[in-house]
Design a protein around this ligand. Structure first.
Ligand code: FAD
Length: 478
């Protein structure tokens, strides 16, 4: 009899698994339940959709529902929310507008993703307060920007260099959180002429990156006329009408961001304070969570419940350097782990693979990347004695007409010389992000700085100096 593979969640992890399983074993019955209307979408592109560089939400979709159904023979059911799993009976129950269905499975993948954290700030329910986690969030934000650009009830302050599209500018707006979504949205909103105020609880933006990277990015934000408030926890979002605890419909629009030191008038607020894994369904079915709060899995992405797998933003992964469970909700992990599960259920057991915590961000005209372990306490806890150097190096040959500086922070273990992590920042286009990949290779190979400094990296004047900035950093540390 044909096996049935059921997938809960129709984005990166879920559709990678479904597609791979069906491709490798065309006899497998593959059923995907997705509670929303969108599948296989690139949430990573949403800031650029809000900015106006991408014209439609449809452009963010890599494979349409029709293509999954007709070309890939996947039984995709959008508008179906899985509300219960019965591991003993091996069934899931899904609800849709047309009622409830019970579907049996032989293999089950939980690919339920993550949701935006909404911090318990007084007034967070007010009108004009947004998050950016889903396609519908992106749609709402784009509509907000479009309304504002039509000039409805907006001031027109004199704005600086970020105001690319408009002669007259709008604003002011607040962003809560200095992580990658906060920074990408600062760019998207400033490019549309908004006066941007960014509030960060900690003492620097991009806390997972090196201090040198954080400082370079914050300096650049200021050059772009973004007002950056560090060590500024938002205490309340004030405005007219009812606040949190009251009826959200009655909550008046946000008017002021309040911190211990500041009161800043705003016309909207974007909250980008991280994501949390969607685990309710898993927990209710007896699936165990790990120390990070995401679903715990083994090397094959299988949970403690036999034949139930978890992949993507709802699940933990294993760190390349420490071997410990980590929660790094990023797109490649979701695609890779989903694909591995698809291959496994199609008959070829495949490990999901470790993650090094490699991440990249563009903010206005700077780019930054990080990988591995940078935090000294984390390194000490993992049994290393970290030593760190930061170098500034030219991005291209000195005589080449263009170019800038790449700042590389490299961390290694003092005794063994093993490379532990790196953070890089440069002007956009000067290669910080692509250069980080050499360090990722070193992490995967458990290479030392002595080995990294001898990596045979490509060289030509338009791309680097003879000694690429990564090699320069390794030499300094060796
Ligand atoms: P999701 O994409 O969250 O999909 C989970 C799906 O499951 C959702 O469609 C949801 O509706 C569905 N679902 C949940 N529960 C149920 C249920 N009970 N029944 C049925 N369906 C259900 N990552 C990067 O690597 N680089 C980036 O630059 C980057 N930028 C980003 C920018 C933004 C604005 C956002 C929001 C994310 C960004 N990410 C980025 C993260 C990346 O989008 C995620 O890592 C990736 O989408 C995770 O895929 P997933 O399939 O695990 O989960």
């Amino acid at each position: 009899m044909t096996d049935t593979f059921v997938v809960v969640g129709g984005d990166a992890a879920g559709m990678s698994a479904a597609s791979k399983a069906k491709r490798d074993d065309p006899d497998l019955e593959v059923v995907v339940f997705e509670k929303g209307e969108w599948v296989s979408y690139g949430a990573c592109g949403l800031p650029y959709y809000v900015k106006g560089e991408i014209q439609s939400l449809e452009a963010l979709v890599s494979v349409t529902p029709e293509e999954f159904r007709e070309e890939r023979d996947i039984d995709l059911r959008t508008g179906h929310e899985v509300v219960a799993i019965d591991p003993d009976e091996r069934t899931v129950t899904a609800e849709s507008e047309s009622g409830s269905v019970v579907q049996s499975y032989d293999h089950l993948l939980l690919a339920t993703g993550a949701e935006a954290v909404v911090p318990p700030i007084d007034g967070i329910d007010r009108e004009g307060v947004y998050t950016l986690g889903s396609m519908s969030d992106g749609k709402e934000l784009r509509e907000y920007v479009a309304r504002a650009r039509d000039g409805e009830s907006f001031q027109q302050p004199d704005r600086g260099p970020a105001c690319q599209y408009l002669e007259d500018c709008t604003g002011p707006v607040g962003i809560v959180g200095g992580g990658y979504i906060g920074l990408e949205m600062a760019e998207a909103l400033a490019a549309n002429g908004f006066e941007v105020h960014l509030f960060q609880r900690g003492d620097r933006v991009l806390t997972g990156f090196s201090e040198a990277t954080s400082e370079a990015v914050a300096d650049h934000l200021r050059e772009q006329d973004v007002t950056v408030y560090l060590e500024s926890e938002v205490a309340a979002l004030e405005g007219g009408g009812a606040v949190q605890g009251g009826d959200a419909d009655e909550a008046g629009a946000v008017e002021t961001v309040v911190t211990a030191d500041e009161r800043v008038d705003v016309e909207m607020v974007l909250v980008g304070t991280g994501v949390r894994p969607r685990t309710d369904l898993a927990e209710a079915a007896g699936v165990e969570l790990g120390p990070t709060g995401a679903v715990a899995t083994d090397d094959y992405c299988e949970t403690n419940v036999p034949d139930v797998y978890a992949a993507g933003d709802c699940a933990e992964a294993t760190h390349t350097v420490t071997g410990d469970p980590v929660y790094v909700p990023l797109a490649l992990t979701a695609n890779r782990h989903g694909r591995a599960v698809g291959q496994t259920v199609a008959g070829q057991p495949t490990e999901g693979g470790d993650v090094a915590g490699t991440a990249a961000v563009k903010a206005f005209e700077v780019e930054a990347a990080r990988t591995g372990i940078l935090d000294h306490d984390d390194a000490l806890e993992a049994g290393f004695e970290p030593v760190t150097e930061t170098v500034d190096a030219k991005s291209r040959a000195g005589y080449y007409p263009e170019g800038g500086t790449v700042t590389v922070t490299l961390t290694a273990d003092r005794d063994s010389g093993r490379v532990l992590g790196a953070s890089l920042v440069s002007e956009y286009g000067e290669g910080a992000v692509h250069r980080s990949h050499a360090v990722v290779g070193a992490l995967e190979a458990e290479a030392t700085v002595f080995e990294l400094e001898n990596y045979d990296l490509a060289y030509a004047p338009p791309f680097n100096t003879t000694w690429d900035p990564v090699l320069v950093a390794a030499k300094v540390l060796a």
